[in-house]
Design a protein around this ligand. Structure first.
Ligand SMILES: [Zn+2]
Length: 258
């Protein structure tokens, strides 16, 4: 029944304004991850971007500059992970806040051993709040454009947190399609996470960002950004996790092949 209502709502939803050719061409030429899509996948991404721009509210903070190109670029990167999952996976939040570079936030730190809570400033390049805004550093988005296959992508990383939180809380388990059992997902990710933490603790150099050892939700977000920007890194180091990410994000790989 819920599906029926959702489909009806989709049907009644006004069509978002289409993306103009000039700005789309600008995004394709600056973003290798978008340029690599098949014509069919690129067309679908462009439609998702139109929905994203109609649905989300962008704000420039701290002197950041936003124009049509920047908004569309952020939309394209945000929609890449949901290209096959569908726009519904980006539901439940509205705001995109963009800073010119790194930004500082006041955080409470809870020491699990002593129980002591301290306050301090953190410097971040991106942040995703449950039901709240997606916060991004423009300088770091540009850095990702310059090195598209380095395994890092701040927009995709924060969208991964959004997908994770959509499944309830931040535990590294997003809503899964019926074809993936929750136990299968948890087993593969837990094994890979434990191995990664052990390698980082032992000072071993890892292809995957050592920051992924921070917590299961950061592990998931780092693996999602690495899988989108440097998939062979993940396939080589964590094949079981790579296979699950493939089944989640590109269930039919031929559909997005160049
Ligand atoms: Zn994160």
């Amino acid at each position: 029944m819920i599906d029926l209502f959702r489909r009806l709502r989709e049907h009644l939803r006004p069509r978002p304004a289409p993306i103009d050719d000039t700005t789309w061409t600008q995004v394709v030429s600056s973003c290798a991850l978008v340029a690599a899509l098949s014509p069919n996948a690129a067309r679908r991404l462009r439609e998702l971007c139109a929905r994203f721009l109609a649905d989300k509210q962008f704000s420039a903070l701290g002197g950041a500059e936003l124009d049509d190109y920047r908004r569309l670029l952020i939309a394209a990167l945000a929609c890449l992970p949901v290209l096959d999952l569908g726009y519904d996976y980006l539901r439940g939040w509205r705001q995109v806040l963009v800073y010119p570079g790194e930004f500082r936030v006041r955080r409470e730190h809870h020491d699990e051993d002593t129980g002591v809570v301290t306050e301090g400033d953190d410097t971040l390049i991106g942040e995703a709040w449950e039901h709240g805004p997606l916060v991004l550093s423009w300088a770091d988005i540009e850095q990702d454009l310059a090195e598209p296959h380095a395994g890092f992508n701040v927009v995709i990383h924060e969208i991964a947190h959004k997908l994770d939180m959509l499944g309830g809380g931040s535990d590294g388990v997003p809503p899964l399609p019926r074809s993936i059992a929750r136990t299968e997902w948890i087993r593969a990710f837990q094994q890979a996470y434990d191995a990664h933490c052990a390698a980082v603790d032992a000072g071993v150099e890892t292809a995957i960002d050592p920051y992924a050892a921070e917590s299961p939700d950061e592990f998931f977000a780092c693996l999602v950004e690495a899988w989108h920007s440097a998939p062979t890194q993940v396939e080589t180091e964590m094949p079981a996790v790579a296979a699950l990410l493939q089944r989640l994000f590109r269930p039919d790989p031929s559909a997005t092949a160049i």
